[in-house]
Write a protein that binds this ligand. Structure first.
Ligand SMILES: [Zn+2]
Ligand SMILES: [Zn+2]
Length: 298
């Protein structure tokens, strides 16, 4: 098992570090520099306090979601040595605040297009009126091209008016990225969309016992555990097995609850599920995304 490490990223002509080291375990390698080239994928921060993912290929980058604040996005990008000027657009998964809180300010200041489903846009319209001019609405299944990246959406099961995940293909590369967080259960669309992805960010929201015996009120526990709430570590382990079987070799666990989970528990639960399914875990990179600081997938 491996985990991501360095935050170093040079602007534009970045050379990625040769190796990614684990903070959890006996690490080995993930992708080689030749495979990765000038692709970078990081969670800038992850969890109920805010979610934002940075994906760059060459001189073009996108953000997936934009929670927390514009200041937090810029601070995180500066930690990577990256710059907002490379960002060509923001792709929104759904309208919950932990995914959109920075949209208004960031888009007004930097004139960034927002790609969002019509349903989520309608839910936000009025609350975030000033961002409306920059919004490009879509159906839950849409495809956009940004530079040499092809971005495709697919619907995910969550208690928002609409929720999607994304896959990204990188022209000329054998790397395919997929992301699905805020998922109450493992739907057919998630499996069909993420199968074949080499690098994935998937939700490991809670440890079921920590949630059940934790401080949350009963209604909130029911919401999180529902088929349209959030994915447990156990279910994430099941999903990870399916995706590794389909070709995934690097997995970043995301949207961890700070109350009802811990990074080491999430990683151990998923790692044990992979081992039980007889996968060679020395070949698989597995990490948990930091709540407030960037974590590298590629
Ligand atoms: Zn949500
Ligand atoms: Zn969320």
């Amino acid at each position: 098992m491996i985990i991501s490490g360095s935050l170093a990223e040079c602007k534009n002509t970045a050379k990625e570090p040769d190796i990614k080291k684990s903070s959890f375990s006996n690490c080995t390698i993930t992708s080689t520099p030749d495979e990765v080239g000038d692709i970078s994928i990081y969670t800038l921060y992850s969890g109920s306090g805010g979610n934002c993912i940075y994906v760059r290929y060459g001189n073009d980058a996108i953000l997936i979601d934009c929670g927390s604040s514009a200041r937090a996005v810029k601070r995180s990008l500066s930690l990577l040595g990256a710059d907002i000027s490379l960002v060509r657009g923001i792709f929104v998964t759904h309208e919950h605040q932990d995914h959109v809180a920075a949209l208004d300010v960031l888009c007004r200041h930097h004139h960034l297009p927002i790609h969002i489903t019509s349903e989520s846009e309608e839910a936000l319209y009025g609350k975030m009126f000033t961002m409306h001019d920059y919004t490009i609405t879509h159906t839950p299944y849409y495809t956009e091209t940004v530079g040499k990246m092809t971005i495709r959406s697919f619907p995910t099961p969550h208690d928002s008016v609409m929720s999607v995940g994304y896959t990204i293909e990188f022209e000329g590369k054998d790397i395919r990225f997929g992301i699905a967080t805020d998922i109450g259960h493992i739907s057919d669309e998630i499996i069909s969309s993420l199968t074949g992805c080499t690098h994935v960010i998937i939700e490991a929201n809670h440890d079921i016992s920590m949630l059940k015996y934790g401080p949350y009120p009963a209604w909130l526990k029911r919401r999180i555990l529902s088929p349209y709430g959030h994915l447990s570590n156990d279910d994430c382990g099941t999903l990870a097995c399916t995706l590794v079987d389909g070709g995934a070799r690097s997995i970043l666990l995301a949207h961890l609850s700070e109350e009802n989970n811990r990074p080491d528990i999430a990683v151990r639960t998923v790692s044990e599920a992979l081992a039980r399914a007889s996968f060679d875990t020395s070949e698989i990179s597995l990490a948990a995304a930091n709540a407030h600081t960037p974590t590298r997938l590629i």
